[in-house]
Design a protein around this ligand. Structure first.
Ligand code: FES
Length: 124
């Protein structure tokens, strides 16, 4: 992955920066900075969706209900605090996004959040 800041296109819209954890395991991770449009009231999830659609389609995160606070799939660390990305408002300063701690990392901001009792059993 590139260390370059991935930027939005267009010159007149205000922007902000997301410093996002990338990777799949402890030996192969880094933070990558994305410049995204800033809009008052927009959520971190809005910015992640924009970055995925416009800058890097490999950027991985999870969500389902969007703003209903029902699915809890968008939980992640935002500046070191556990937050719902769909509820956390975008700030006009660098925001650091990381996967949930103490959960198995799958990729980028996606962790295994399924309770053990709900996992499918496999038979061999
Ligand atoms: S997307 Fe469901 S709680 Fe955030």
């Amino acid at each position: 992955m590139s260390d370059k800041v991935l930027k939005k296109r267009g010159k007149h819209q205000p922007t902000t920066l997301l410093n996002i954890f990338r990777g799949t395991d402890a030996s192969n991770t880094k933070f990558q900075t994305f410049e995204v449009p800033f809009q008052s009231g927009a959520s971190v999830l809005d910015a992640l969706i924009w970055a995925n659609e416009n800058l890097d389609q490999s950027l991985s995160f999870r969500y389902s209900c969007i703003n209903a606070n029902a699915c809890k799939e968008c939980m992640m660390l935002v500046d070191g605090e556990v937050e719902y990305a769909c509820l956390k408002r975008l700030e006009k300063q660098v925001m650091r996004l990381e996967p949930l701690p103490n959960k198995k990392l799958i990729v980028d901001l996606v962790t295994d959040i399924v309770p053990p009792k709900e996992k499918f059993l496999t038979t061999t």
